[in-house]
Write a protein that binds this ligand. Structure first.
Ligand code: GDP
Length: 369
């Protein structure tokens, strides 16, 4: 029925089912639009009327196709990551799509990182992690899109590096890319005026374009959805225990070998072998942590997940995947990352295991802090 209807803004095919996907329009708006022969998707409608970008996501294949176009273009790539969920922010194969284009790496959500952590240490760490993933950024910068911190700085860096080229903003869903674009639109850079004076900025399928005054454009690309995010297994209420809204306060545990920590019922950490030492936990401040003996941990989880160990709630527990065990031996101070949830900093020369719901990855990396 909607086959022949396209958004006059971005050209996406109009649909009324999937809110976060391209071309979504609420039925009521669609009816109104059809009366005047001007159907906008919700994203373009909001951009047009409120200068506000809404997040939209693409499947992996569509996203790759989109990135493929970037490789053939001369452009500055602004790669936005969630600094608290760096692993979950990685775009597989990005380095191939980038080609020779310069990459400006932007760590968003800097406001949730502990204030005690030196910002240069953080940017150095980000650079190192990017290198491991085949990306050599020309610069690394930290912002808080939500608080508007350092957005002006970012804009002057963008202006400096783009040299009349277009700018592509890329990132996986949930890193705060839309919030950042909105902050950019609302920052004192002149873009605000441009966007309201240009008749309508979105002109191509699947991208939103914001003009600079030299004719180049800042292009917001849809986010890619990572399937192994913890967020996929949680309801709206439980999500607040996963995505920190405020500065994360690290929690230190002195652990002996053969001890276990539970992060609610969502994840588990075993200290299997090594000298008694400090382990530092970086999780959302309200996520409940519980210490027990390793030998009792399995039965403890079976008995208490969904009741003492929450989230998940007991109802959610029925659908919640089993925890899977990932064992590591460290050679240097490392972070054990539960993808999308947080991490535990562990000393050198210990054997540990991280447990996460089946489908959510657990990785080990050089300690961030
Ligand atoms: P997108 O999918 O990448 O476009 O992400 P959104 O802009 O929709 O943001 C995803 C979530 O992260 C929302 O709950 C935002 O409020 C939150 N968020 C975005 N930027 C920041 C930030 O700078 N700090 C914090 N603490 N949260 C942020």
């Amino acid at each position: 029925l909607l086959d022949g209807i396209f958004c006059v803004g971005c050209g996406a095919q109009i649909q009324t089912n999937a809110k976060n996907e391209l071309g979504y329009t609420p039925m009521s708006a669609l009816k109104k639009g059809l009366e005047t022969d001007e159907v906008y998707c919700q994203r373009c409608f909001r951009l047009r009327h409120y200068n506000e970008i809404q997040p939209v996501s693409l499947t992996d294949d569509d996203f790759r196709r989109l990135l493929g176009q970037i490789a053939d273009t001369k452009a500055l790539i602004v790669y936005v990551v969630d600094i608290f969920d760096f692993t979950g922010s990685l775009i597989p194969g990005l380095h191939r799509f980038v080609g020779d284009n310069p990459v400006l790496l932007v760590g968003n959500k800097a406001d949730v990182m502990p204030k005690s952590l030196k910002r240069t240490k953080l940017t150095n760490w980000m650079r190192q992690q990017a290198n491991i993933n085949g990306i050599r950024p020309i610069d690394v910068t930290l912002v808080s899109a939500k608080k508007g911190h350092s957005v002006a700085d970012l804009m002057s860096k963008i202006d400096n590096y783009r040299q009349n080229r277009d700018v592509y903003v890329v990132g996986v869903t949930n890193v705060g890319k839309s919030t950042l674009i909105n902050a950019i639109i609302n920052s004192q850079t002149g873009i605000h005026n441009l966007i309201t004076t240009s008749r309508f900025p979105g002109t191509t399928l699947d991208k939103i374009e914001i003009p600079f005054n030299d004719g180049a454009k800042l292009i917001d690309t849809p986010g890619i959805i990572h399937q192994d995010q913890m967020a996929h297994y949680l309801g709206a209420k439980e999500l607040k225990y996963v995505s920190p809204q405020k500065e994360v306060k690290p929690i230190v545990y002195q652990l002996n070998e053969q001890q276990t920590l539970f992060m609610g019922g969502l994840a588990r950490f075993d200290f299997i072998q090594g000298d008694k030492s400090s382990f530092v936990l970086y999780f959302e401040n309200n996520l409940m942590l519980h210490r027990t003996k390793l030998e009792k941990a399995d039965t403890f989880y079976l008995k208490h997940a969904g009741t003492l160990l929450v989230p998940p709630t007991s109802e959610a527990m029925e659908q919640f995947p089993e925890l899977q065990r990932h064992e590591f031996r460290t050679r240097e101070k490392s972070d054990v990352v539960i993808n999308g949830l947080g991490w535990i900093t562990v000393p050198a020369n210990v054997t540990i295991a991280g447990w996460a719901p089946k489908g959510v990855s657990v990785i080990i990396r050089t300690a961030m802090i």
